[in-house]
Design a protein around this ligand. Structure first.
Ligand code: SF4
Ligand code: SF4
Length: 500
């Protein structure tokens, strides 16, 4: 019995099957949906007898005949024909690429922080992560990193991005100014962008003016209303930090103005108990800027590995997004200005990816999975001592180290990383309905400094759950208005949904 390679989703009105082989979404009858969803089980007469209320014998035979006709005549509902799976990036992909260049460096200028957030990866609760300390980046190291960045940017004739990270980088505001001035001088008119990740508690008028003047992209953390935020994000003395963070956000808005606040400030909210997305949405709706929900690093014992899909209120957020997409008087394409930043950041990318797929493009025998960025080529994270890592999420992991500010990006190390990913067992992807949309990255595969099957499976389940929510929402939106998503900024699928 050949099991169809499909994902079934149900809305209140219809049943759909996403046919992985053809990349098509097909509207089907509820009986066909049930059978496609559990094909092997339905071919067992005992199972059918038990579920006769869902699909009776006559419906079953009609559905099977229909499925077989679709298989033979139109190529829908066929089993997975995948024989080999590769990661999206392999050693052969870097042959023609310049792997020695990196145009985005994030400098970890201090390991120290004025907060002691309970879930912080530097709290000492994570065995392979560094802890808070007085360690700082020397000027010599920062200078080397900036010079490397400028050299790479010039060589590729690309804009460079210089980021500041910590600990709390604003503890060293003078150092940031020194680094910015040095970068501007060395760049001598070459295009650049500065960014900073901060807890926003130390922002003074002077600092804010400086960040605004230099058009810094500011990512700051605010977990939600006071009770939620303060339960984890506290000063070293245990006091809550909510008021100080809000004061910092207000400063950025007042001094930067509406356009700066909308386009350059991002709020990151870590999902923590009571895991109520509706409450977070109500709180964040008045913030006219990007609001992203982040989940905590995978840990068996911390907050039970909460995923977005398991949080309460996801349906309400989907509903808000749907109502906006289908509303006739949709004035802005910008979700930030209509209080929908949080739902959009949660599901917008997935909706776009589903909408831009190319239906009727056959999958074939091989597929590429994951969404790995080119180590070193896209960005690098520089720790206080000048070692460069793939990104901040894998800092301190020796296997993810790709160079130093003294010697630049080490091609051998980049190759080692890609070879190690290439050796992973991708056989489960042959039957995964997300195989054409998978975007997992290094941080989703690595736990305690090593590739981990457990972490990988956890990430896969989270991603599958998330996309299944997005797929359902996609179908619901198009049920109300087939053109509702055509404003997304790339060619939409020509036939978003096939009627069967
Ligand atoms: S502000 Fe960031 S670095 Fe500081 S304790 Fe909180 S999570 Fe950790
Ligand atoms: S989600 Fe996991 S199983 Fe599915 S394609 Fe991606 S890596 Fe493979």
């Amino acid at each position: 019995m050949s099991v169809p390679f499909v994902k079934v989703v149900r809305t209140d009105q219809n049943t759909y099957a996403y046919d992985v082989n053809t990349n098509s979404i097909l509207r089907v009858s509820p009986a066909i949906g049930s059978i496609l969803e559990d094909y092997e089980a339905w071919t067992n007469p005992a199972y059918r007898q038990k579920h006769v209320k869902i699909v009776n014998e006559e419906q079953y035979h009609q559905a099977i005949a229909f499925i077989e006709t679709q298989q033979s005549k139109h190529g829908f509902f066929l089993p997975s024909g995948l024989a080999s799976i590769q990661p999206n990036l392999t050693v052969s992909d870097i042959q023609n690429e310049d792997v020695h260049v990196c145009t985005h460096l994030i400098l970890n200028i201090t390991d120290s922080c004025n907060f002691r957030c309970r879930y912080c990866v530097y709290s000492g609760n994570y065995p392979t992560r560094r802890t808070h300390s007085g360690r700082t980046m020397s000027w010599h190291t920062a200078q080397k990193a900036i010079d490397l960045l400028v050299k790479h940017g010039r060589r590729l004739d690309e804009r460079v991005t210089l980021g500041f990270y910590g600990g709390e980088p604003l503890l060293r505001f003078g150092f940031i100014q020194q680094a910015v001035e040095h970068a501007k001088q060395a760049l001598n008119g070459h295009p650049y962008l500065f960014s900073i990740t901060t807890n926003a508690s130390l922002l003074t008028d002077e600092m804010t003016n400086y960040l605004v003047e230099h058009r810094f992209v500011v990512t700051l953390s605010l977990d939600g209303p006071k009770t939620i935020h303060d339960s984890n994000r506290r000063f070293q003395n245990g006091r809550g930090t909510f008021e100080r963070v809000i004061a910092g956000i207000q400063k950025l808005h007042q001094i930067g103005g509406d356009d700066y606040f909308r386009d350059y400030v991002n709020i990151s909210a870590v999902l923590t108990p009571p895991y109520e997305l509706g409450r977070l949405q109500a709180f964040f709706a008045p913030f006219p800027t990007s609001v992203r929900i982040a989940t905590l690093e995978f840990r068996d014992d911390l907050y039970a590995n909460m995923t977005l899909h398991r949080a309460r209120g996801l349906e309400r957020l989907c509903d808000l997004l749907k109502r906006y997409c289908v509303s006739r008087d949709r004035k802005h394409q910008d979700f930030r200005l209509v209080g929908l930043s949080l739902p959009y950041e949660l599901l917008g990318r997935e909706l776009k990816r589903i909408h831009r797929r190319t239906p009727d493009s056959r999958l074939g025998e091989t597929a590429k999975v994951l969404g790995l960025c080119f180590p070193g080529r896209v960005r690098g994270f520089v720790d206080c001592s000048g070692d460069i890592y793939v990104c901040e999420r894998v800092e301190g992991n020796e296997n993810m180290k790709i160079g130093t500010v003294n010697d630049g990006i080490d091609e051998r190390k980049v190759r080692n990383i890609l070879e190690a990913v290439g050796r992973l067992d991708f056989s489960q992807c042959q039957r995964c309905w997300l195989v054409r949309m998978c975007r997992l990255c290094f941080a989703h595969l690595v736990e305690n400094g090593r590739y981990s099957d457990k972490k990988w499976r956890f990430s896969c389940t989270g991603s599958q759950d998330h996309y299944s929510t997005a797929l359902k929402l996609y179908c619901e939106i198009l049920e109300e208005d087939e053109t509702a998503l055509d404003f997304v900024d790339a060619a939409p699928a020509q036939y978003p949904i096939h009627d069967m």
